[in-house]
Design a protein around this ligand. Structure first.
Ligand code: CTP
Length: 474
């Protein structure tokens, strides 16, 4: 399919020399035909883009006028980014790119005739094919990160996506240039972080970013975390604990089917549901990383013990601020804030001598559709305190409570959000009440009593209201 399309594109653009470049060539050699096709040419790309769009039935628009980048979007989801060479020649263009594996080119007309790895026709001035086979991310030049500091984050993200390693000299350049990240727009940083979190097992690269001081550059809040509670968590303090919880969350997310077999399908759909364009699990990972961000500000020695009273409230406020700084949507900010705020609740609930249906219902009601996210984040946090071999065996009260609540949420929805037995108008009419906050209060109470099985029909609901709200009804 891809090669047929490339053949067609080549015929349309003839006789202009056009090259396949960048990540598309990298992925093609790896055997993956990406739907994002990068093309480069020495000519003005605008007219070519229009011609391509018209013939293929897509739309063309300018992405970056200054750098001459035009996009052609096809109805089937395939898109071409057609760019003018970054420099006078193709070779100069390739040398101005970020990493060797992204700095290879293929003449478009050849690509449709030969097959990967395109021996003899591949244009590879920086040794990209060697680095690709050695699974190595190597900066094209010493200027690579100075030319665009976002590439620092791209290095870790691409390494995580491809399962590659960043070679030592490139890592040294990353450390040398990390302060330049301050110059990058927060939106671009956010996008890179979210793309990194989309990788199932991103922790190794995240840890590397932390060791290289990159995360501290992006998130100064992590520095006091590193200094807090070292005697408790060891070197790296609360920050080390947060990375550990992050790693466990990734493990949980990667094994949902096995861990929650009774409700695997809806739970997986839940974590994969897009929130502002990225799967929910990337936001859960971010929430995990920040769940204890409030600890440094609240740490206090009380009776010889280090305590962090209300760190979840302080942390929720800080989380929202951090997400605002990176221009996350208000939905993402609210969700992450709510999860951080609630991360202690399942643990507190699990230690109660009796966990009532009412307490479980209230958790679901307060957290709404962030309840599952909060449970998973809280579980990963809890498991950092459980010896590795005993984790996820459903032996601790917290683990057992999590399983019970996840199953209840998906399998017993009538207990989570029962169908309305009675509406506000009926309540007002029956008890001669005028509109006001009391009606909402009654409705919530009715729902709660229904969820815990006290009432199950409208008649019972009315008698129950009469009894419970006697004083207010008169
Ligand atoms: N590029 C670069 N520096 C950047 C961004 C991109 O040199 N900061 C170059 C790389 O050669 C890259 C190509 O432009 O391969 C295309 O960019 P883009 O589509 O953003 O990256 P891909 O590598 O294709 O991968 P992804 O879409 O996952 O970012």
């Amino acid at each position: 399919m891809t090669f047929d399309l490339l053949k067609k594109v080549s015929a349309i653009l003839k006789p202009t020399p056009v090259y396949l470049v960048g990540g598309f060539v990298r992925d093609l050699i790896r055997g993956h035909a990406s739907p994002d096709i990068d093309l480069a040419t020495s000519q003005n790309p605008m007219r070519l883009a229009e011609r391509l769009a018209k013939t293929l039935g897509g739309t063309a628009f300018t992405l970056d006028e200054e750098r001459g980048i035009n996009r052609i979007q096809l109805p089937n989801g395939i898109r071409f980014d057609l760019a003018r060479f970054k420099g006078p020649t193709l070779e100069q263009d390739l040398l101005a790119r970020d990493f060797t594996v992204n700095a290879m080119a293929l003449p478009l007309d050849e690509a449709s005739r030969v097959t990967p790895p395109f021996a003899n026709v591949l244009i590879d001035p920086t040794g990209g094919i060697r680095d690709l086979s050695q699974k190595t991310i190597r900066a094209v030049s010493k200027r690579s990160f100075r030319d665009d500091p976002l590439r620092i984050l791209r290095a870790f993200r691409i390494a995580a996506e491809l399962g590659f390693s960043i070679e030592p000299a490139t890592l040294r350049l990353v450390k040398r240039d990390k302060a330049l990240l301050k110059k990058i727009s927060k939106e671009r940083i956010r996008e890179e972080l979210l793309k990194l979190f989309c990788v199932k097992s991103s922790l190794p690269q995240l840890e590397l970013m932390s060791r290289a001081g990159i995360l501290q550059e992006l998130l100064p809040e992590s520095k006091p975390m590193e200094r807090t509670a070292r005697t408790y968590y060891g070197k790296g303090g609360v920050w080390k604990h947060s990375l550990e919880a992050f790693e466990i969350l990734e493990e949980i997310l990667g094994n949902l089917g096995r861990l929650f077999p009774r409700c695997a399908k809806p739970l997986i759909a839940y974590v994969e549901e897009p929130i502002s364009g990225y799967p929910r699990y990337s936001l859960l990972k971010l929430s995990e990383l920040l769940h204890d961000v409030g600890k440094p500000k609240t740490a206090k020695m009380i009776g010889g013990r280090l305590r962090f009273f209300e760190h979840e409230d302080v942390g929720a406020r800080m989380t929202k601020k951090i997400l605002e700084r990176f221009r996350f949507s208000s939905e993402e900010r609210d969700r992450a804030g709510r999860i951080v705020q609630a991360h202690m609740r399942p643990g507190n609930l699990a230690t109660q001598p009796m966990i009532t249906d009412r307490a479980i219902f209230r958790f679901f009601r307060d957290l709404d559709d962030d309840a599952m996210g909060a449970l998973l984040v809280s579980l990963a946090d809890h498991l950092t305190y459980v010896p590795v071999r005993q984790r996820l065996k459903w032996k601790t009260p917290h683990e057992r409570l999590t399983k019970k609540m996840v199953e209840r949420y998906f399998l017993e929805s009538e207990k989570v959000s029962p169908k309305k037995l009675i509406d506000g108008n009926t309540i007002m009419k029956t008890f001669s009440l005028s509109p006001g906050p009391l009606i909402g209060e009654i409705l919530r109470a009715v729902q709660e009593s229904q969820a815990i099985g006290e009432i199950s029909n409208p008649g019972q609901a009315l008698s129950w209201i009469k009894k419970k709200f006697k004083a207010q009804l008169k």
